[in-house]
Design a protein around this ligand. Structure first.
Ligand code: ZN
Length: 95
């Protein structure tokens, strides 16, 4: 499958929910005091939400604590929509 272009994350504030839904792919916001990341799938724009923590419990994604250019581990697989599978590293979604 052809790889899509990397997309820079566009973080918005948690008070502007509607902006997320109208935003472009890669628009994202932290929720629940940085326990969750809501983002628009880099592949198709579907809104997805994943649990995160700085410890990385194994049931969530380990977040490096960077609020502007976050890195998450492990990779993200958008199973509920287009199947995009890639990484968020240094604020860039890339396959
Ligand atoms: Zn998708």
């Amino acid at each position: 499958m052809e790889k899509r272009k990397p997309i820079k994350i566009k973080l918005i504030s948690a008070t502007t929910h509607s902006e997320l839904f109208s935003g472009e792919n890669g628009t994202a916001m932290f929720l629940n005091e940085f326990k969750r990341l809501l983002f628009k799938c880099p592949g198709c724009g579907e809104v997805a939400s994943i649990p995160i923590s700085m410890e990385g419990s194994g049931k969530d994604w380990k977040w490096d604590g960077n609020k502007e250019s976050p890195t998450l581990n492990p990779s993200i697989h958008s199973v509920g929509c287009c199947g995009w599978h890639g990484w968020l590293r240094g604020g860039i979604f890339s396959e």
